[in-house]
Each structure stands twice: as C-alpha cells, then as structure tokens.
Design a protein. Structure first.
Length: 67
C-alpha cells in the first residue's frame, strides 16, 4: 500500500483511504479502513523521517569533505 502511494508522507487521509478501499475489494468495514488508513499514514510519516535523516547524514559528510 505504501508503494501504491509512492511512499509519500504528504499523502492525505482521503487519498490513503480511497486507495486502501480500492485495494481491499470491500473486505473491510469503514471502521477497519479508517484504522488501517491511520496506521499507514503513521508508517509513511516515520519512513519519511528516516529518509530525511539519511539525507542529513549525506549532506553533513559532503560538507566535511570540502569542495
């Protein structure tokens, strides 16, 4: 599911809910879809924070090396 959203932490609740609803094929209740949507958004946010940390490390290493 996270790949379907292109791993974007800025995906909205509505986008995520709609994608999950389409993929689930009607197997889940609205409550289950809502709970899973929130969980997916939390994972995307955590992934985005880790991704940023790697870029911060890369940038800081390049700055230490000099031009």
């Amino acid at each position: 599911m996270m790949h379907a959203l292109n791993m974007r932490a800025d995906s909205t609740y509505e986008q995520t809910y709609a994608a999950l609803k389409q993929v689930s094929g009607g197997r889940y209740t609205p409550e289950q879809l809502s709970e899973n949507t929130r969980r997916i958004l939390q994972k995307l946010e955590a992934w985005n924070e880790e991704y940023t940390k790697w870029w911060e490390v890369l940038i800081s290493c390049r700055k230490k090396e000099g031009p």
